[in-house]
Design a protein around this ligand. Structure first.
Ligand SMILES: O=P(O)(O)OC[C@H](O)CO
Ligand SMILES: [Mg+2]
Length: 296
């Protein structure tokens, strides 16, 4: 029975009319599932099905029909703006003073969080909390960051996607762990683009009691759309950080993750779709209006 269902899914994957989102998830995984079927290796398939539970269940849900996506929420740092590199740079400088190095396993735990939450992770995980408190770390980091943030560049495909959704009447919101002061510095060169957001929810918003991976920020963002709260199942979130992906899933939303290639791939499993860049996003995968320009 399971094999029959899988065969139907694989067949559908070759027919592009089917929801392509499922197959965007991982071409390699799909290829290996195909080979399992051709050898009728049900054992192998069952084992893979267990390890790829999220991918398979996504497919099953799509077959039975999911609610259409009507609203989109974007993360900001590392997703729309190339600002994660500034945090990395500054944190490397601070840690070097303690003869320690900053690596991506620590980065993965900090990114997406509110500043004070990330600062606590930083001083505790690196074992420097006796010498530098989370609060002192933030003061020191701040001096360097405030000069870097105004130079923030957009990530590839960010402008194109926001403008496209806005032009097609899909309401877009922003949910960032950044507090107001940092948000203003980071977006000062991109005001017009960010003005296309229906609303912005920041890390220091009173409704955001806890930062990502708590769902607070995404639930607050869902409430603020016209006629909100919007049903979480109809919201598509774009995220780059493990904590952000978890927050969106905790809020009951679908998530497209655009991870930094240096992030360990074990963090990909929670997301519904993984992309190398926003330029790779195909709106049709999610039932959203397709791009009219193919080159941009
Ligand atoms: O990724 P964001 O936009 O939630 O920002 C979170 C922090 O400010 C940076 O990791
Ligand atoms: Mg981010």
């Amino acid at each position: 029975m399971a094999n029959a269902v899988l065969k139907a899914l694989v067949l559908a994957s070759t027919q592009r009319s089917f929801h392509r989102r499922i197959f965007h998830l991982s071409t390699n995984k799909l290829k290996s599932l195909r080979s399992d079927i051709s050898t009728s290796n049900l054992q192998t398939y069952k084992r893979k099905q267990r390890t790829q539970k999220s991918h398979f269940s996504m497919a099953a849900v799509s077959v039975s029909g999911k609610k259409p996506i009507t609203q989109v929420i974007f993360d900001m740092d590392g997703l729309l703006l190339d600002t994660e590199k500034f945090y990395t740079q500054v944190q490397e400088i601070i840690l070097a003073r303690y003869n320690k190095t900053f690596d991506w396993s620590l980065k993965a735990k900090m990114m997406g969080m509110k500043a004070i939450e990330a600062a606590r992770v930083f001083v505790n995980e690196t074992g420097i909390s006796e010498s530098l408190s989370a609060e002192e770390f933030l003061v020191e980091r701040e001096e360097m960051l405030r000069d870097l943030f105004p130079t923030s560049d957009l990530m590839p495909g960010a402008s194109r996607l926001i403008r496209h959704l806005h032009a097609k009447g899909i309401p877009v919101g922003l949910a960032t762990g950044s507090h107001r002061r940092h948000f203003e510095l980071k977006t000062q060169g991109h005001r017009e683009l960010f003005s296309l957001m229906h609303h912005v929810v920041l890390g220091d918003d009173p409704e955001v009691k806890q930062g990502k991976p708590s769902p607070d920020i995404f639930l607050a963002a869902a409430k603020r759309f016209e006629g909100g709260p919007v049903d979480s199942q109809q919201i598509l979130v774009f995220e780059d950080a493990p904590s952000g992906v978890l927050a969106a899933k905790n809020a009951g939303m679908s998530v497209v993750m655009v991870p930094d290639p240096r992030l360990d791939s074990s963090y990909h499993a929670t997301a519904d779709q993984i992309l190398g860049s926003l330029l790779d996003f195909n709106p049709s995968d999610w039932g959203l209006p397709p791009f009219e320009d193919v080159e941009n």
